[in-house]
Ligand binder design. Structure first.
Ligand SMILES: C[S@@+](CC[C@H](N)C(=O)[O-])C[C@H]1O[C@@H](n2cnc3c(N)ncnc32)[C@H](O)[C@@H]1O
Ligand SMILES: [Zn+2]
Length: 292
């Protein structure tokens, strides 16, 4: 794991640095110790658990298969173009991927940024799903992947991140503002209205949720100002199995009738054309809040 990324972390119990970094665990000077799972992620979630229902193994596998098929590569390329210039001024850049999922976007970003002999930034991935983190740790073995609930105070020091990435994931704007370096940026990806509209019925997508997401794309609470935003559209050619993965990988995947989905997929042609439509928004801490 990346030592610079490990050095951004704080003990979630007492807030001290992790002074001892072992192969299989990290601990602070007060003796609070946390395991690095056999699968390579660091489990900082403590005792009392969370009410949140994480994505299931099947949902995570569907997301990973869909992303791995490359359908959203234009978004990954857009992220490299957007994030690269935001890191240039930093001597030892750190990127935090909030809700890293299976780590596919972070992997593409790190690969894209390290082209032409450039050094990739240190990276921290946060997610609450251990199924997702197992894959994220395999994809990004150099990053520090952490089991954490984004709605709790984040286990990272103030002013440690150059960029916080939020790709279809929860937004804890107060905490994102705290962990960003002065002048750091928050990069948020949201679906646009019409995203995958062609397969919304076949895949049983939760339309209201998508619209709500889209409406949030241009705002991020009082902590941040919008610096710029860019829309991306990608034409997709989807086999029935791809549509099935879209159905399973989103929030609808929690309560999906797989028999009914199978019937709907059987009625699809060999290729269904659809359009993925995203917005990448870049925010910076509002001056009145900077350093607050
Ligand atoms: C729609 S997925 C997006 C994952 C990844 N960014 C991507 O685009 O492939 C949302 C992710 O947020 C994670 N997530 C949802 N609520 C969370 C929470 N409260 N704390 C941490 N992670 C959370 C889920 O486990 C899931 O991996
Ligand atoms: Zn401690």
């Amino acid at each position: 794991m990346d030592t610079a990324a490990l050095n951004t972390l704080l003990c979630p119990i007492c807030g001290l640095d992790f002074s001892s970094l072992q192969d299989r665990s990290v601990s602070c000077a007060n003796g609070h110790s946390f395991d690095i799972a056999r699968q390579g992620y660091l489990n900082l979630l403590t005792g009392h658990g969370t009410k949140f229902v994480p994505d299931t193994a099947a949902m995570v596998a569907a997301r990973d298969a869909f992303l791995e098929a490359g359908h959203y590569r234009p978004l990954a390329d857009g992220l490299v173009e957007t994030v690269g210039p935001l890191l240039h001024a930093s001597a030892s850049p750190v990127v935090v991927d909030a809700g890293t999922g299976t780590g596919w976007y972070l992997q593409q970003l790190l690969a894209g940024l390290s082209q032409d002999g450039r050094v990739a930034p240190s990276a921290v991935g946060l997610d609450i799903s251990k199924f997702a983190l197992r894959r994220a740790a395999r994809r990004n073995p150099g990053a520090v992947n952490i089991a954490w609930d984004l709605w709790r105070d984040l286990p990272l020091g103030a002013g440690t991140a150059d960029v916080v990435l939020v790709i279809f994931a929860p937004r804890n704007s107060t905490e994102f503002a705290r962990i960003l370096k002065p002048g750091g940026h928050l990069v948020v990806v949201t679906p646009l209205p019409g995203h995958l509209a062609e397969i919304a019925d076949a895949a049983g997508l939760l339309g209201i949720q998508e619209d709500k997401e889209a409406a949030l794309g241009e705002s991020f609470g009082a902590e941040f100002d919008l610096i710029n935003s860019r829309e991306l559209a990608a034409p997709l050619q989807l086999a029935p199995a791809d549509v099935g993965n879209v159905a399973l990988m989103g929030p609808a995947g929690h309560h999906l009738d797989t028999v009914e989905l199978g019937d709907r997929l059987a009625g699809l042609p060999a290729v269904t054309e659809a359009t993925a439509a995203f917005r990448i928004s870049v925010f910076q801490a509002a001056p009145s809040r900077a350093g607050a």
